[in-house]
Design a binder for this molecule. Sequence first.
Ligand code: IPE
Ligand code: IPE
Ligand code: MG
Length: 247
Amino acid sequence: MDLKSKINLEKLPRHIAVIMDGNGRWAKQHGKPRVFGHRNGVRAVRETTEAAAELGVEYLTLYAFSTENWNRPKLEVGALMKLLVETLHKEINTLNKNDIRLQAIGDISQLPDSTRKALLDGIHNTRNNTRMTLVLALNYSAKWEILEAVKNLATQVSQQKLDPADINETLFSASLSTHDIPDPELLIRTSGEHRLSNFLLWQVAYAELHFSPVFWPDYNKEHLYQAIIDYQNRERRFGKISEQLVP
Ligand code: IPE
Ligand code: IPE
Ligand code: MG
């Protein structure tokens, strides 16, 4: 039986988040510069997006550039920003054809003008699509996002628009950049690293974590299917014991 048919479509995660990692090591394996890995990573983005949409996943968030990634060599950062512009221009038609809406989380204001413009155009041009939302995490870090939310709530308190006693999980979630996106049930990280690298720290509090040894440019639909099957075989207890769970 093929992997896709083993997936229970009734129990799909609504939101899958992916830390796309291993482009540089993949390029090194092929004796090429790191940028070659990033270029080949675009194919994996396309394939993963298509597979998730075909299955009926509602939200797919891809970690494309972290706040910490600015610390990479200038040449690599520049190439990544340029690749983003190129890819956004090339892929917007496909997103529209597939009824996929683009969104972004992260500090967009700090991106180079051309990257920010391509991103905002893409978001605007796909805003009415409803089949799936593709969220790009760009210049994103979870600690930055949490601090922004804290500052926002503190301002409201200082202006006496908010009573600190009313700050609860729902209000805090609503203050994050992911306010209109459900928390991911499944988080995938490729390349064999087992860490979160400042990604969605609040939102993944109860996500199932799936670590794949595959370098991102080699990631394909079958790998995604495997991650979903793995997720569906987990028992999500949320603090309870097995016997309390309704089958
Ligand atoms: C992920 O691949 C892409 C980005 C972080 C932009 P890396 O570039 O981190 O590749 P490795 O981890 O060095 O192999
Ligand atoms: C995390 O990958 C960021 C993205 C995938 C965009 P990194 O490769 O930057 O993370 P570390 O440095 O290994 O933690
Ligand atoms: Mg990496």
